[in-house]
Design a protein around this ligand. Structure first.
Ligand code: PEP
Ligand code: MG
Length: 323
């Protein structure tokens, strides 16, 4: 099987009925970019920048970040690289920042919430990204967006730093798409309103599942409720994709679900454009997608979305994809 997968490394990701989707990877450090290419990744769908900030005694400087972003963009050449701005808090702590102890860290002061309150830290990261943007195909993504105002605020700061850099004579790419992670139910529910304003969505199912099911993703006592195939999740994902496509925007998924062999046929049928996963899942996913018909999967959509339980969903997908 490994040999068969290896042959697909330089092939496009094409379904049996000749529909193309994008298979990209999640990375945490610039060094990970090499394995994305080795595994036939078509780009980076999620660069988790937290690791630049973790395991050290102080914040990374603008130049340090610039070098990291530049190196990923250069390695990936013209392939898309979606960089997520700092998603600290929740389960990810920074010792040197003295963040408050919270009763519910996953519902607390994290990600974009932290960045909008600590604007200097946010601006430093955005400047580093904007300076690096001329070296490749950069897309910027904001995490944990719960309201339109947060997106407006974050984007205004980004545009302000772009202007500042240009005033200083620094060149910045003019083709940077700006999108958001859809990982909070409020945003998934009003995806239509967001779709008019963002350039793309990337669905973060790791968090979207925990918030939709009210089941902490780290708590084993409630892990039985952490159900990727729950019809509530599939309906939200479908709603987000329809909203985006209505505005001609693309939708990716960068949660674990995107690389899951049971979820992939369903996501293909719902019309997901980009699947972002760990590099090692890319070739198996490409191989699977080549055997699936998008049209056929799409024809099961209404049935799938009207089911009542995860169990029914899984049984149905298995039945329809068995040869
Ligand atoms: C997600 O929530 O699905 C996601 C990709 O982000 P993280 O796992 O880093 O929270
Ligand atoms: Mg998340």
């Amino acid at each position: 099987q490994k040999e068969e997968w290896a042959k697909l490394k330089d092939e496009p990701t094409m379904t049996a009925d000749k529909e193309q989707v994008e298979l990209v990877a999640n990375i945490g450090t610039p060094e990970d970019a090499a394995s994305v290419l080795d595994n036939g990744g078509e780009g980076v769908g999620l660069y988790r920048t937290e690791f630049l900030y973790m395991g050290k005694s102080q914040l990374p400087s603008e130049d340090e970040q610039y070098e990291a972003y530049k190196s990923v963009l250069e390695k990936m050449e013209d392939k898309p690289v979606v960089v997520r701005t700092l998603d600290i808090g929740g389960d990810k702590e920074l010792e040197y920042l003295d963040l408050p102890d919270e009763l519910n860290p996953f519902l607390g002061f994290r990600a974009i919430r932290f960045c909008l309150e600590n604007e200097q830290i946010f601006r430093t990261q955005l400047r580093a990204l904007l300076r690096a943007s001329v070296y490749g195909n950069l897309k910027i993504m904001f995490p944990m967006i719960a309201t339109l105002e947060e997106f407006h605020q974050a984007k205004a700061i980004l545009l302000d730093e772009k202007q500042n850099l240009q005033n200083e004579g620094t060149s910045v790419s003019d083709n940077i798409e700006v999108g958001i992670m859809v990982e909070i139910p409020s945003t998934a529910v009003i995806a239509k309103q967001f779709a008019k304003e963002v350039d793309f969505f990337s669905i973060g199912t790791n968090d979207l599942i925990q918030y939709t099911m009210a089941a902490d993703r780290m708590n084993e006592h409630v892990s039985y409720l952490y159900q990727p195939y729950h019809p509530a999740i599939l309906n939200l994902v479908n709603h987000v994709i329809e909203a985006a496509h209505h505005e001609n925007k693309w939708v990716g998924m960068c949660g674990e679900m995107a690389g899951d062999a049971i979820a992939i046929p369903a996501l293909l049928g719902l019309g997901l454009d980009e699947f972002s996963m760990s590099a090692s899942s890319i070739l198996p996913a490409r191989s699977q997608l080549r055997g699936l018909s998008k049209e056929k999967m799409a024809s099961f959509k209404d049935k799938l979305l009207s089911m009542g339980t995860s169990e029914e969903v899984v049984a149905f997908i298995k039945e329809k994809t068995e040869h």
